[in-house]
Design a protein around this ligand. Sequence first.
Ligand code: THU
Length: 136
Amino acid sequence: MMEQEQKDLLLKLAREARDHSYSPYSHYSVGAALLTKDGRIYQGCNIENASFTPTICAERTAFFKAIFDGVRDYSAIAVIGSGDLPAYPCGVCRQVMAEFCDGDFVIITSNRDGSEVVTETLDQMLPHRFGPKDLA
Ligand code: THU
């Protein structure tokens, strides 16, 4: 599916990105590293807000940075939270993935100390999804 070396690099960059998190309300920091098909890596962190709803997840921060740069083809994302359990992407982030990624897009999630790593595809995480094909 993916080389271990590349997976390790994405996880390392996601962990680094987590240090940039602004999460004074949940105290749950998340970092992400998004690999583009042309080999670039975009990092993201969660950014919270006192009004709560403007909060953005680490995954979407990474995607939106890449999209702004005009890079729209992605192969994988690593996500690391600060809890005991791996940080699975929320439903909103999965829907953003559905907009821009194929079903074989790889999602790697891990927990605070990296002791657990789970690798799945978008097809596994969001089956039967609504997406661009439905409005074509
Ligand atoms: N969060 C992420 O950044 N990514 C996820 O996959 C799950 C949740 C953030 C949003 C919010 O800042 C905090 O984690 C608690 O929900």
